[in-house]
Design a protein around this ligand. Structure first.
Ligand code: FE2
Ligand code: FE2
Length: 313
């Protein structure tokens, strides 16, 4: 078989896989959908929130856990600090979801009749609205007041403009969805019984739907990366590792307000985000780097950058 024919067949099988995936995700979005209010009994007794509840210490991945600063805190302050970090992550997640929705809506406004993505993108926008309502309702009930730092807001605005280049925009989408997905999957697997029941319910709902979102973004990239011109391929390959590097840090580093409120010493931050953190990021990136290698986003020309930023081995 000639090389041209082989290549044409390969593209056809990618296109078929893409359309089948969209079809499957569309059906699941109808049969396995959840509602932020109908599916969570917010006022039930077991879902009551208390900042000093010891279960906050095991409800998320706490990178300060082994620092001498954290160990020296009274237990109720440790719990409040862990909850504060959870609300910071959720606040950042709401901003990511908002950015994704606005980018999707801009893409949708440009889509032609019969575009295969039209229906699924709307499903995803609706699901992200339920996630944001769920996260904000949770934050409100904690009594905490997490703030977004200015640079996150500026970055989000810039990213929306990238929806004109969907493949690049989808890398951002993935980089925003995966850290939260990984950390929630991690606690659910390792500490299921020690998670606060309200937070566990939120995680379960979120993970079920995020799995679809991540699958769509990866399948979209697999199909559309090949169609980019040379210059846009270079842009995407350079932009991807840098985005992942920063977004991973935005999720987990404490905000300025948190540092001030808990008087966290610089040394403790250095200790928390040293080797353990880097190891965690490497593990969390395993699946993504494998997919990106397959697609060609990680290649012989830019692998050094992924390695330098400690995103792959
Ligand atoms: Fe979400
Ligand atoms: Fe999502």
């Amino acid at each position: 078989m000639s090389a041209v024919r082989k290549n044409r067949q390969k593209l056809k099988s990618i296109k078929d896989r893409y359309l089948n995936t969209i079809h499957r995700l569309n059906s699941q979005s109808v049969s396995k959908k959840t509602d932020a209010y109908a599916d969570i009994d917010w006022d039930s007794e077991e879902f009551k929130l208390d900042k000093k509840d010891s279960r906050w210490r095991t409800s998320s991945r706490n990178f300060f856990e082994n620092t001498s600063w954290y160990k020296s805190l009274p237990e109720d302050v440790q719990s409040e600090f862990a909850l504060e970090q959870i609300t910071n992550q959720l606040k950042t997640a709401i901003l990511f979801e908002n950015t994704l929705q606005r980018g999707f809506l801009a893409m949708l406004a440009r889509m032609e009749n019969n575009a295969p993505e039209f229906r699924y993108c709307h499903h995803e926008v609706i699901e992200e609205s339920h996630h944001s309502m769920m996260f904000q309702e949770f934050i409100n009930r904690t009594g905490l007041d997490p703030k977004l730092e200015w640079f996150k807001k500026v970055l989000a605005k810039d990213v929306i403009n990238f929806s004109r280049y969907p493949a690049i925009f989808f890398v951002f989408v993935l980089s925003g969805e995966e850290p939260l997905d990984f950390v929630q999957r991690f606690v659910l697997k390792n500490k299921r019984e020690n998670i606060h029941p309200l937070y566990r319910r939120i995680i379960e709902i979120h993970l079920q739907e995020e799995t679809r979102h991540i699958c769509f973004a990866k399948t979209y990239l697999e199909k559309h990366f090949k169609e980019l011109n040379h210059l846009n391929k270079i842009r995407l390959c350079t932009f991807s590792p840098i985005t992942y590097y920063f977004v991973n840090r935005y999720y987990f580093l404490p905000t300025k307000e948190t540092i001030k409120k808990f008087d966290i010493p610089k040394e403790a931050i250095r200790e928390a985000f040293s080797e353990d953190f880097k190891e965690y990021i490497l593990n969390s990136m395993e699946h993504t780097t494998r997919t990106f290698e397959k697609i060609g986003i990680i290649n012989n020309y830019n692998r050094w950058l992924w390695k330098k930023l400690k995103l792959c081995n």
